[in-house]
Design a protein around this ligand. Structure first.
Ligand SMILES: *[C@@H]1O[C@H](CO)[C@@H](O)[C@H](O)[C@H]1NC(C)=O
Ligand SMILES: *[C@@H]1O[C@H](CO)[C@@H](O)[C@H](O)[C@H]1NC(C)=O
Ligand SMILES: *[C@@H]1O[C@H](CO)[C@@H](O)[C@H](O)[C@H]1NC(C)=O
Ligand SMILES: *[C@@H]1O[C@H](CO)[C@@H](O)[C@H](O)[C@H]1NC(C)=O
Length: 348
């Protein structure tokens, strides 16, 4: 046997004879992907006579299949002929485990021939939306965190909201060895079903976690209402106050203006008086009984102009001894004789 092996190597070295030999053995499929816990099957087909076939998983002998005699299957590995002429052997790995992932090799004893296939045992782990069912107020921002543990390889994560796939711009998924976290954020508008899904190629249907988002109406915000009312009230008061101040100022100015008008009118009156009788004043002060005053034209002065305001507000204090005369003058203007006597009352 060793001799034949060496010859074979020699032939291989000389030219493609090995490939001719290899063509006698086929292992299919070349890649098997299964979920952990399920079975993986490979078919070995031999185009020539053989005595022993061996299968190796993880570089360890898993099963020996004799061309004649009983196949000694184990709990984890089994094989059976799939053709009556024994040209085909079906090798099964039962209850696969993730750590069995790797090459599966079939050796044909008696000839230096082997074929290698690949086994990929995937794991669908746990998936859970951390928050569970959530109740929020309308308009509030909600966040759901989907946690996936024990997955192999990295799961593909998606979110479903009310049976519609969520745009991937709304969530972020991070992975770190067998552990994945996806965070979905959105604004709560109405009652919503939220579903987080994860899938690996070996899974026919994604695994998912399902929660309810219950949205309750937002209670009226009294603080805002009160604040609005208060500020409006305050503003109204301020406006009223300003209007009041403006009104007061205006009235005051008007009063002042009236007073000034009055004053200037009086001044005018008095200057008229003094203009009409420039000497009268002087004479009045010097000598009340001066006769020259007879020439004064009294008709130019109205009685009211003469006596009421000037007498009441600005009595001639200098000649206070003539106070009695003031009164006389005030009430006796029509009397020509008293005019003559008391004309000097005109005030400066
Ligand atoms: C969420 O609510 C639904 C229905 O009300 C219930 O069946 C489910 O168990 C709840 N899920 C959680 C995580 O509490
Ligand atoms: C997801 O959103 C982005 C931007 O927000 C948009 O460009 C894209 O078309 C959307 N994809 C789908 C499938 O709606
Ligand atoms: C996803 O992550 C990026 C960068 O960390 C951030 O800018 C973005 O807002 C995130 N999106 C969501 C929906 O959390
Ligand atoms: C959501 O459902 C709850 C009862 O499950 C209901 O009281 C509430 O009004 C609903 N919210 C909206 C926005 O429909």
């Amino acid at each position: 046997m060793a001799n034949r092996f060496h010859i074979c190597l020699l032939l291989c070295a000389i030219g493609g004879f090995c490939s001719v030999l290899s063509d006698n053995l086929q292992l299919e499929p070349l890649k098997v992907t299964v979920l952990q816990g399920s079975d993986a099957r490979f078919n070995a087909t031999v185009q020539r006579s053989w005595t022993y076939m061996t299968f190796h998983v993880q570089n360890r002998l898993a099963l020996t299949v004799p061309a004649t005699g009983e196949i000694l299957s184990s709990k984890n590995y089994s094989a059976k002929f799939c053709a009556v002429d024994k040209s085909c052997v079906e090798f099964t790995i039962h209850n696969t485990n993730h750590n069995q992932s790797g090459p599966v090799v079939c050796f044909l004893q008696g000839a230096p021939v082997s074929r290698t296939a690949h086994l990929d045992v995937q794991v669908s782990g746990e998936i859970n939306i951390k928050e569970g069912n959530v109740t929020v107020e309308q308009g509030q921002q909600v966040e759901f965190e989907c946690v996936m543990t024990g997955w192999y390889p990295k799961p593909i994560v998606s979110w479903i909201r009310n049976n519609q796939t969520v745009n991937s711009s709304l969530y972020n998924t991070t992975h770190e060895d067998g552990h994945a976290t996806s965070v979905l954020k959105f604004q709560a508008v109405s009652n919503t079903t939220v579903e987080c899904q994860a899938i690996v190629p070996a899974l026919h249907h994604p695994k998912s976690s399902f929660v309810y988002l219950v949205v309750v109406p937002k209670p009226p915000d009294w603080t805002v209402l009160i604040a609005v009312v208060c500020s409006i009230g305050g503003f109204a008061l301020l406006v009223l106050l300003i209007i009041g101040i403006i009104f007061c100022c205006k009235r005051r100015k008007e009063k002042q203006a009236n007073y000034q008008d009055e004053m200037s009118r009086r001044v005018r009156t008095q200057s008229q008086l003094s203009g009409v009788n420039p000497t009268g004043q002087q004479q009045g002060q010097v000598n009340a009984g001066y006769v020259k005053d007879n020439q004064v034209t009294r008709t130019s002065i109205a009685p009211s102009e003469l006596y009421l305001p000037s007498i009441l507000e600005m009595p001639d204090i200098v000649n206070s001894n003539q106070a009695g005369n003031i009164y006389n003058n005030a009430y006796n203007i029509p009397n020509e004789s008293s005019l003559k006597k008391h004309r000097h009352l005109t005030i400066v």
